[in-house]
Design a protein around this ligand. Structure first.
Ligand code: ADP
Length: 373
C-alpha cells in the first residue's frame, strides 16, 4: 500500500515536473527547437515560431535544415556535430533565413538530449535573434568611421602648414608665418568643435549626460534666444519674429539643453535662409504638450534628404554642404527624445522648412530613462 502511494506521489511529481518544463520552455524568450537523431524536428517553442516565421505545426517532423535554412546547416551543422561527435555543447553565431526569405542573424547553442540511461536521443538548439545588436554594432562602426573621416581634412591641413613652417623656416616672412598660423588655428578650432559635437552626441546617446530637469519658463528662454538671433540676423538682413500669443505654462525641462535645441534650429534657419529672409518662431500649448515651430523661407530640404537629416553626420546636398558636420540636428533630436518629446520637419525645396518641437509639460521619466539605455 505504502509503495503504491509513494509511486503515485512520484508519478504526480513527474507529471508536475513535465508540465512545468513544458510550460517553461514554451514561454522562454529564447527560441528552442528539439530534434530526433535524424535531425527531424520534435519540438518548436513560441519564440522559435517568432524568429523563423514558421508555426509549430509546419515544422514538426521536418528536417531542421529545411526549416532553419542556415549558413551552417549544410557545412557545419551544430546539431550534427553534437549527435555525431558526442560533444556536449556547441555555441556559435551564424545566420538563418526565415520563412519569408529574410536573413536573421542568430546566436545559437546546441546540446545533446540524453534519456535517463544517458543514451543520446536527440538534440536541442536554442537560438536568439541578434539583428538588433548587429544593427547597433554596424551603426557604431559607421559613426566612428564618419567621425574619423571628418577629422582627417583639418588634420591634413594642419600637418601641411606645420611642415611648410618647419621646412622653409628661413624663407617664410613674418606676414606669411602669421597667415599660416591663423589657418592652423582655424583648422584646430574646427577639429575641436567636431570633437565636442561628437562627444556631446555620444554622451546623449549613451545616457552619460544627465539632464537637470527644473521648472522652466519656455517663454523666457525663447525671448532671450529671439533677442540674440534678432541681432545675428540683422547682419544678414534677416528678420526674426516671435509669435507667442498666449503665455506658456511652466514645464519640467533642462533649460540649458532646450536652449541648445532652439539655437541649433535657428542657426540652421539662418544658415539656409537667403538674404533678407524671415524666420518665425511660433508657440502653442494644448492639454499636455507645448509646441514650438521654427519656420524659415530658405532653401528648403530635398525630399531625398528629408528622412536622414536627424542622422548623425548626415548632410544634405545643398550648396551649404560641408559648412557643418551634420551633428546639429542629431543633437537636437537626442535632447528632445531625452525630454520625452518629438521633433518633426516639413520642407519643400526652394520654399523653406518648418521644424516642430513638441515637449511634454511634465517630465516623462520612462522615456528619458529608456533613451539613456
Ligand atoms: P549641418 O551641420 O550640415 O547643418 P545639421 O545636423 O544641423 O548639420 O543638419 C543636417 C542637414 O539638414 C543639413 O546638412 C541640411 O542639408 C539640412 N537642414 C537642416 N536644417 C535646415 C534648414 N533650416 N533648411 C534647409 N536645410 C536644412
Amino acid at each position: 500500500m505504502a509503495n503504491i502511494k509513494s509511486k503515485a506521489i512520484r508519478d504526480s511529481r513527474d507529471i508536475h515536473d513535465l508540465t512545468f518544463y513544458k510550460f517553461a520552455i514554451e514561454s522562454l524568450p529564447v527560441a528552442v527547437m528539439t530534434v530526433d537523431p535524424e535531425l527531424r524536428i520534435t519540438g518548436f517553442n513560441a519564440s522559435a515560431e517568432e524568429v523563423t516565421g514558421y508555426s509549430k505545426e509546419e515544422t514538426v517532423g521536418q528536417h531542421c535544415g529545411k526549416i532553419l535554412n542556415g549558413e551552417l546547416c549544410k557545412i557545419n551543422c551544430p546539431l550534427r556535430t553534437i549527435l555525431n561527435h558526442r560533444e556536449s555543447v556547441v555555441r556559435t553565431e551564424s545566420i538563418i533565413y526565415n520563412k519569408f526569405g529574410e536573413i536573421v542573424p542568430i546566436r545559437q547553442h546546441a546540446a545533446g538530449l540524453l534519456n535517463e540511461d544517458g543514451k543520446l536521443i536527440g538534440g536541442l538548439e536554442a537560438f536568439v535573434d541578434i539583428s538588433h545588436s548587429k544593427f547597433l554594432e554596424r551603426e557604431k562602426a559607421s559613426l566612428i568611421s564618419m567621425f574619423a573621416h571628418d577629422m582627417k581634412s583639418p588634420l591634413i591641413s594642419i600637418q601641411g602648414f606645420v611642415l611648410r613652417l618647419l621646412q622653409n623656416a628661413v624663407e617664410i616672412d613674418e606676414e606669411m608665418r602669421k597667415k599660416y598660423l591663423k589657418i592652423i588655428k582655424l583648422e584646430a578650432s574646427k577639429l575641436e568643435s567636431l570633437i565636442d559635437g561628437f562627444l556631446e552626441y555620444s554622451r546623449l546617446q549613451t545616457g552619460k549626460l544627465n539632464f537637470n530637469f527644473t521648472a522652466t519658463s519656455l517663454d523666457k528662454e525663447l525671448i532671450e534666444i529671439y533677442e540674440t538671433y534678432q541681432a545675428k540676423g540683422s547682419q544678414k538682413g534677416i528678420l526674426f519674429e516671435l509669435q507667442n500669443a498666449e503665455t506658456l505654462p511652466i514645464i519640467e525641462a533642462d533649460s540649458k539643453y532646450l536652449k541648445r535645441v532652439f539655437s541649433n534650429l535657428l542657426d540652421n534657419a539662418l544658415k539656409y535662409s537667403g538674404e533678407k529672409g524671415l524666420i518665425t518662431i511660433t508657440t502653442q500649448h494644448a492639454d499636455q504638450y507645448i509646441t514650438v515651430k521654427i519656420k524659415d523661407r530658405g532653401s528648403g530640404i530635398d525630399s531625398k534628404d528629408l528622412p536622414y537629416i536627424f542622422d548623425p553626420f548626415y548632410q544634405g546636398y545643398g550648396e551649404k554642404r560641408g559648412k557643418g558636420y551634420g551633428l546639429g540636428l542629431a543633437v537636437v533630436k537626442a535632447i528632445v527624445d531625452g525630454h520625452g518629446g518629438k521633433i518633426f520637419v516639413e520642407s519643400e525645396s526652394g520654399k523653406g522648412s518648418v521644424f516642430t518641437v513638441v515637449l511634454p509639460k511634465a517630465k516623462k521619466p520612462e522615456k528619458h530613462m529608456s533613451s539613456n539605455g
